[in-house]
Design a protein around this ligand. Sequence first.
Ligand code: C2E
Ligand code: CA
Ligand code: CA
Length: 635
Amino acid sequence: MSQVSFDNYTRSGDVAVIAICVVMIILLTTSYVSRTRSFRIFMSIIVQLVCAAMVNISYHTLLMAQNPIYHPLIYVQRILYHALLLDVLFLFTLYTTVVSGLEHRKARVVAVISSVLLIGIIIIDIVLTSTGMGFRIGRDGTVLHRTNLFLIGYTLFIIVLVVLMNRARKLLYRRVMYGFYGTMAVSLIVRFTQVALNQSSLTTMTFVFPVIAMMYIMHSNPYNVTLGSVDIHAMEDMVRNMYARKAAFVYLSILLPEYDEEGKELPPEVRAVIRRFTGDYFRSSVLFQVDNGHMVLIAPKRRNPDYERRFENILKGFDKQYARFHIPYKIVIGESMEEISRKNEYVSLIKSIQKGMPENAVHRTCQEDIDRFNRSEYILRELTDIYNKRDLDDPRVLAFCQPVYNLQTGRFDTAEALMRLRLDETGLVYPDQFIPLAENYGFIHVLTEIILHKTCREIKRLTDERFQISRISVNVSVLELKDDAFCGDINRIIGDNRVSGDKIAIELTESRSEADFMLMKEKIEELRGRGIKFYLDDFGTGYSNMERIMELPFDIIKFDRSLVIASGADRRSEKIVENLAHLFRDMEYSVLYEGVEDDGDEERCREMSASYLQGYKYSRPVPIERLREYLPKAG
Ligand code: C2E
Ligand code: CA
Ligand code: CA
């Protein structure tokens, strides 16, 4: 039997609990927090702690009044206080099962055990109290209790929690678990210290420590406080939420390409403008930061029925800011659409639109964009499948071929292999629609293998039938050279088709990077040993470093069509192209002009040290089986 005197409790502990909880509620309602199930449990824990603290203050106040009138109320409040705290422990267990994503069946077992524990103890407490066997106020006003039921319940719940957290350990990030273990330990130490000191002021407070840990670890503020934006996961979360509630919204995406790189940061003045934009034009809008220079504003339509006018205003406001900063931009605006919301694909959709639009433009998403986007998603799925199957005979990958005219022999005796896809839902797909995708997703090498295989197979057929074909060139991306298996793969495919290496050429484009240059040099040297020839593709587009080019053992330099066009535009350009071609020829490279479309082009190229000509004037790319129509036959 223990006795409770009045001087072992002061209200400050519970007052502090109420204050801390109110501060937490303020913080949580002013920051962007995902409204998940765990968050709702978390919020009810905070609210219950406030109630518990208030009940405890009231309980002690009445107790100290030493007036028998209050006794029934004191009994009720004491039971209520303990019930609230035990319920908080119950919610802790529930919370742990939810955030750890514990298996449904196990979670139910935990829920049942905890509920039985909670309800059982509350009932026993009521029974003991009403029969005078538990807590009792003596005649002299002092408090007596025979069994400290609450402490028993508390201990049992802690055991359940420890077991549960031990289970959850494997499901949660380890550091997060350390955070929770640490705060639990602090709570227990405080709790037992106050028991040892015969104190009770901090009981409610010991429940607040884990709550602070939960807030910090699980529901921390994802805002970028200088920009007022939230990250992309929060955006997906919001879209999912709005879709579930069938709530329509509008979006405005701003891309500042100059800042859309790793490590780049928006200047403070620009941040200030964007921060203001977030609040000034739409009601209840949220700004999401997708990448360093890419932000998306989302606003519910219900709160902004006049969104068309708001769009106009925000764009006007943006124009003013552009006049100030002159930072290039791309803006995409649009309204939520069922099919995009369902798959939560706004970011990919917006990115695909941005890719195809000019700078300093505003684009409104339309059905055509969605169709194009769906098409490209479909192509990506097919590419993924092609990549996974790695079937060199995959019928979806077609080898087309463009014959190349040899000025020295006056015949078509070489050709370039060009890839196409033929897919069920789209028909023929051209390289501009799938090569960048394949490169981004790492599928390009498998495509090259298929084209090389199909090209070798056709070369074998042609030579078997005594057609004269010197070689066919295949395009290879510099990315592919990074794989150590590259040379082995090329050798294997050529060997398996029993074709001699000198029937194959590889076209590479120049790269700015020093590492790529070294890689090219290494691979070219290795494969040249097998007789494979190398072409430098797209010479004259963008960056051309003559010194670097001369260091690589190319056989043919392919002058891009832009040079053919330039040479026809004015005398000065013609002179430059002519001199470049001349220089290469002197260095014993052959020059091939690409994109020769008419007699004028051909005439100029002949004058400008050409060895080979390729272009629509001679033939468009045709299916590789039709190449024979252009080739001479031996004998
Ligand atoms: P490229 O290697 O520069 O290929 C030449 C492109 O110019 C081809 O477009 C061809 O159809 C086109 N062309 C040919 N003659 C003329 C002409 O007289 N006038 C004009 N305006 N264009 C002409 P295509 O087949 O659409 O290929 C585009 C690009 O796709 C290729 O440019 C190449 O970079 C890439 N590509 C094509 N096939 C493959 C491949 O198997 N692997 C890789 N990695 N890239 C490929
Ligand atoms: Ca090429
Ligand atoms: Ca080219």
